[in-house]
Design a protein. Structure first.
Length: 83
C-alpha cells in the first residue's frame, strides 16, 4: 500500500468517526424533542417535518454531489429510530 493510500484511509477513518458522533448527537436531540412532545401532549411523529427534512437532505446531497439514492437509503433507517 502506498503512503498516499494509507493517508487517505486515515482521513476516511477520521471522517467515519465524525459521522458517528454527529449521528449520536442527532439522536440525542431527537430524543429530547420526543420527550418535549410527550410532555406537551403533541404527536411524536410529524410527517410534515419528515418531508421537510427529506427535502433538505436531498437539496444538500445535490449541493455536495451525493446521489439521491444514498439519501433515500439512509433516511428510512434514521426516521424509525427517532420516532
Amino acid at each position: 500500500m502506498t503512503e498516499e493510500i494509507a493517508r487517505l484511509r486515515e482521513e476516511i477513518d477520521k471522517v467515519d468517526e465524525q459521522l458517528v458522533k454527529l449521528l449520536s448527537y442527532r439522536l440525542e436531540l431527537s430524543r429530547k424533542i420526543g420527550k418535549a412532545k410527550l410532555n406537551s401532549n403533541v404527536s411524536v411523529t410529524d410527517e410534515n417535518r419528515e418531508t421537510k427534512v427529506r427535502e433538505r437532505w436531498i437539496s444538500n446531497a445535490k449541493k455536495y454531489n451525493i446521489p439521491n439514492s444514498l439519501v433515500e437509503s439512509i433516511l428510512p433507517l434514521i426516521f424509525p429510530i427517532l420516532n
